[in-house]
Structure formats: C-alpha cells, structure tokens
Write a protein that binds this ligand. Sequence first.
Ligand code: GDP
Ligand code: ZN
Length: 311
Amino acid sequence: IRLSPARVIAQFSHSYTVMTEEGPHTASVAGKFEFLASKRSDYPAVGDWVWTEALPNEARSVIHAVLPRRTAMIRKAAGSAVEEQVVGANLDYLFIVNALNQDFNLRKIERYLILGWESGAQPVVLLTKSDLCPQPEAFAEQVRELSPGVPVHVVSALTEQGKESLNPYLGQGITIGITGSSGVGKSTLLNWLAGEPLQHTQDIREDDARGRHTTTHRELFLLGNGALVMDTPGMRELQLWEAHDGWQQAFADIEQLAAECRFRDCRHEHEAGCAVHAALAEGTIDPKRLANYHKTAKELAYQARKERSAA
Ligand code: GDP
Ligand code: ZN
C-alpha cells in the first residue's frame, strides 16, 4: 500500500476528517488499531499527523498510524490511564481566554495555566473585552506577576485593541488551542482573528447507519494567514485535579523552595524547617502567591477525593 502523511482536522464519534495533499478526506482507522491500540490515546486525535492510505476514486482514506505527538492536551479519566483521551495534539500555543469584566478571575487563569504547561504547548493569556474595563493594563500586570514566562495580551474584538499583538502567534503552520470558560469571548475571538465567520471545512459530515448528519466534535480551523486554531475543552471537562505535573510547573518557584524543606512531606503550613516560610519571612515570595498555592492544593485534593468516591 502507498501511505501519505495527513493531518487530522476533525473528529466525530466514528470517523475523522484528514487534510491530505489532495484536500480533505473522510477517514477511519485501519482494523489493526483494534488489537494494536492498548489505550484510548493510541487512537488518532485532532491535530495528529497520521499515515493514510487513500482509497481509489473517493475522497476517503484509511489511517494506518499516528506519528509521535509533540504536545498533547489530555482529558484524564478517573483512575484509568487506559481511558485517557487526547483532545488536541501538536498545539504550539494554548490561548487562555479570560474577560476583563466581572468574570475576571486570576484563580481560574492559574488553573488553566496548569493545563497549558501540562500539555507542552506554550500558554498565552488573552484578556478580552478590554473595552469594558477602565484599566486593563492593571489587570494584565496582575496576571504577569502570577505567571512568569507567560505572555499576557489585552484585546477587544469590539475596538480591535491588541490585534497586532497576536500576529506573532499566527504564522503559517502554527497550531493554536483556545480555552476558557463559556462567555469569555472565545468564538468572537476566533471569528475576529479569521476576519470572517469561521466556515466548517468542506464536507465535514459523518456517515452512520441512519444516514449523513453533522455532529462536529472537535475541529481545526484554518485562518487566512495559515495558522490553525481549535476550540479545546475547558478545565471542567479536562479534570484538572489529575494534572499534577502542570501544577508543579505553575508553582515552580514554590516547588523549588520546597526541595529545601526539612520534611519531605512538608505542606508549607506551620512545619518546622519550612524553606517556603523562610522565604516568606525574607519577603522573597508573595504571601498572596502562597495563599493561592494552598487554595489550589486543597482544591485538587478535594476534587481527587470526590472523583475517587464517584468512581
Ligand atoms: P464564548 O462562549 O467564549 O465563545 O463567548 P462568545 O464569543 O460567544 O462571547 C460571549 C459574549 O461576549 C457575546 O455576547 C459577545 O458579543 C461578547 N463579546 C465578545 N468579545 C467581546 C469584546 O471584545 N467586547 C465586548 N464588549 N463584548 C464582547
Ligand atoms: Zn515547607
């Protein structure tokens, strides 16, 4: 068989759309996946590069293999690594969207940052609806303090503020995930970046026994300048509380100090020989940041307990 590289641009419950050299093809996985795949994440996901075999005389392909992923956003499954699902593969950037109105929430941004770091994509925070906020830069500054190494941009789809600041991310072949709670302006932002309402990739439909219908699950959209964007699920769906590596990166400064604590299981509350508290006394870490750390740790522990008792 002759195999060609293609990219998965949409995923439905039983089929995929892949972008091949000949244009979009409807695709399904080769039968061998059934006995070669040992976990859900072995199956193709949106953003994956795959090896495909084109079927003669039809815009259809069979997916034979998934190429190694550079980055992956993963939906954890309580207590089951086998059921972990990839919801966005090979993302270069993760745009974390939060609005500059009463919904502005530093704690939420912090939690989304954990997801970003964990995925391997570079997180970028976008503060939208700047037209509703008299001092957007003051809020941007708060986010910058919270998240060293993360670019923060103030934008408005209404006044077009900050549009140029996003150009550096929108290069040819760059893949971007967009995440954030509902109502923060993600779809408005997508249409604004595209310069027009986003069109579904042509002929995205799914075959099933009852006939053809459209059920878009996840989809990569091509912007005019050659960048690809996808709406990725929010943290409720991704079950953040399982994502411990990302959490350690989001609080890298505190985790680094923690290595010096006298007790290995130090929780940096009132323990003797706590290096984090020593740094606090010296003024090298912000008490607000430590409070955030404790709040997040408690939340993660609580959610993990809830998950376990539900499982
Ligand atoms: P999504 O749920 O995150 O996709 O949010 P939407 O894009 O649907 O936007 C939610 C609401 O916010 C809509 O009523 C939008 O018109 C509004 N909105 C989006 N962007 C802006 C903005 O930059 N400024 C203002 N004032 N409203 C906005
Ligand atoms: Zn400590």
